[in-house]
Design a protein around this ligand. Structure first.
Ligand code: FAD
Length: 568
């Protein structure tokens, strides 16, 4: 088995991993980035509408304080306020870093970075590159990393973190499979950063790419880390609903930011009945539930969506501001959105929860040597994420994680040994379905997606969640069969991901059952109100002897008063 050493191992090459790599490298660390995906192809490339930074170019009275308050109000006070503050204070500098690395943001009339309005925000602060912002961000970062000669290794699936054989609490790297050869690799590192993104793929309807299977959450949990806020899964209000192959594909918030109307089958701008002040730019949870309600109450389209109409803005503006949407609808649905409304419905989009970290350093609160950033880490967004804040999070906390991991690693001698017995057990776990009789992992993945959509979707209640857990336990016990060998075997990768998805789904269902109130994206029809009376807590997940434990820790209030009633 090949053993590779470095100072800082980064798992994941999306916006967060790439930014962390640049920072760690610039602080003198020898960095290796490993990822399931090819360089530049991570989920981040799909980000469309923009990145938030209180630059104050479009609205001079914008400020980091205002960005912070919007973030915490949207998060219904479940945010880690220290993380929200860091995000709001530092995102302007991180946007300027991107410019320095070569990103070409769209400009306003005076040549400054243009800023557009986004849902739930008091000011126009979302910086953008048309509706392909993520593409610009990731290409810029990949280029900056290449320029530095950073070692990227693609198409490697990391399956577990490794503990120091002399100090079981400390993480010293990870174990991976090289997809094309099926061979095993051990990475030994003084510091390991999880930048593995989210787990949208546990839902059958999702905007997320195939790799978003929650591997980082599952690996962190199995290694002894704590996860927080796992019940908080965001459903984006608008995604394509046909054809079947495009179901769930995101229709960016920029469409509403640029003035698009949401209309039901009676041609009514129905948001006026849900949030007459903010209308189409209401917070994502409210808008998604409003669309869901219209459809449930029979005011949807025959295909089961609502209309999103931007035709009144004229072809020129549409082509200039949301060209990708024009292409997307032309290509998949044969519809010209400059003359016809889009048909849309909600889609599973973002994990607000994740690995519990120290806000300033992104270090795991439980495991020395482990850091997490981007969507892999929990806390910043609380119960709901503002559009544009995820890209900001990748840059702000990617930089901080890279910095802290490099400082932790440089000067330490890299680990030289790993626990061979542990690795052998891991190999046995991975190879268990090879040649066995049983169900195909991809079929179980599909079943899991339906289960989570039906039982832990936009509207939840005790009956649905308990039923979901029962279905999940049955699914989790099903024997899988993987045909063929270890060499380039997508079924085998499906099996490995499925194990992670089942564990992450258990976290979502169990935390959702524990949170007996509605808060942000977590809406319970049996507890439809927000409830501050029993103290505001984060639900936490830990694994002990392979059994999931749910605990709670109080939300630390540093700045914003949670007795404000917004979000009721
Ligand atoms: P990712 O970009 O998801 O990268 C994760 C990396 O980890 C990948 O390289 C993956 O291959 C790797 N990985 C995962 N598991 C393993 C494993 N086991 N072994 C090895 N590697 C692994 N946010 C905004 O702020 N603004 C927007 O306009 C916006 N638009 C969006 C549009 C769409 C369609 C979607 C889906 C999301 C959008 N978001 C947006 C959200 C945002 O894109 C993501 O939250 C963010 O890009 C996540 O970045 P990340 O670096 O944390 O993870």
């Amino acid at each position: 088995m090949k053993v590779v050493s470095c100072d800082v191992l980064i798992i994941g090459s999306g916006g967060a991993g790439a930014r962390a790599a640049i920072e760690a490298h610039d602080r003198g660390a020898h960095v290796i980035v490993v990822a399931k995906t090819l360089e530049g192809k991570a989920h981040t490339v799909m980000a469309e509408g923009g990145i938030n930074a209180a630059l104050g170019f479009r609205d001079p009275d914008d400020s980091w304080e205002s960005h912070f308050m919007d973030t915490v109000e949207e998060g219904v006070f479940l945010n880690d306020q220290r993380m929200a503050e860091i995000l709001a204070r530092e995102s302007p500098d991180r946007v300027f870093d991107l410019e320095r690395f070569g990103a070409m943001f769209d400009r306003d009339e005076q040549g400054r970075i243009a800023q557009r309005p986004f849902g739930g925000q008091s000011h126009r602060r979302t910086c953008y590159v048309g509706d392909t912002t993520g593409h610009e961000v990731i290409m810029t970062l990949v280029e900056a990393a290449r320029h530095r000669g950073i070692d990227y290794r693609s198409e490697l699936v990391v399956t577990t973190l490794l503990h120091d054989p002399d100090d079981a609490g400390t993480i010293i790297g990870a174990f991976a499979i090289e997809v094309h050869s099926g061979s095993y690799l051990v990475f030994l590192a003084s510091a390991t950063i999880l930048a593995t993104g989210g787990a949208g793929r546990i839902y059958t309807i999702t905007s997320n790419p195939v790799e978003a299977t929650g591997d980082g959450y599952a690996m962190a949990l199995r290694s002894g880390a704590t996860l927080v806020d796992m019940e908080q899964t965001q459903f984006h209000p608008t995604s394509m609903i046909f054809p079947e192959s495009a179901k769930g594909m995101l229709v960016t918030e920029a469409v509403r930011g640029e003035g698009g109307y949401l209309l039901n089958s009676e041609d009514e701008r129905f948001m006026k009945r849900y949030n007459p002040e903010q209308m189409e730019l209401s917070p994502r949870d409210q808008t998604a539930r409003a669309i869901y309600t219209e459809i449930q109450e029979g005011r949807g389209t025959p295909r089961g969506g609502v209309h999103l109409d931007i035709t009144h803005k004229g072809r020129d503006l549409i082509m200039a501001r949301i060209p990708r949407m024009v292409k997307q609808f032309e290509k998949f649905a044969n519809i010209d959105i400059t003359t016809f409304p889009m048909e849309v419905a909600p889609t599973a989009h973002h994990f607000m929860g994740g690995v519990r970290v120290v806000p300033e350093t992104c270090e795991s609160t439980d495991l020395p040597g482990l850091f997490a950033c981007g969507e892999a880490a929990g806390g910043t967004h609380g119960a709901n994420r503002l559009g544009g804040n995820a890209l900001a999070e990748t840059q702000v906390f990617g930089k901080r994680a890279g910095e802290a991991a490099a400082d932790y690693a440089v000067g330490r001698s890299p680990p030289v040994d790993h626990d061979a017995v542990f690795v052998q057990r891991e190999i046995e776990r991975l190879e268990q379905p090879l040649g066995a009789e049983g169900a195909a992992p991809h079929a179980l993945k599909e079943e899991l997606g339906r289960l989570m959509w039906e039982n832990a979707g936009i509207v939840r209640n005790e009956k649905l969640l308990v039923e979901g857990l029962r279905r999940l336990r049955h699914l989790g016990r099903t024997q899988c069969a993987v045909k063929g060998s270890r060499r380039y075997n997508p079924d085998w990768v499906d099996y490995i991901e499925l194990q992670n998805m089942v564990l992450v789904s258990e976290c979502v269902l169990t935390c959702a059952l524990s949170r007996k109130e509605s808060r942000g994206a977590h809406y319970r029809s049996d507890h439809p109100k927000r409830d501050d009376s029993s103290g505001l807590v984060h639900y936490t997940c830990t694994l002990q002897d392979e059994v999931l434990h749910i605990g709670s820790v109080p939300v630390e209030i540093t700045r914003a008063d949670p007795t404000m009633r917004k979000g009721d």
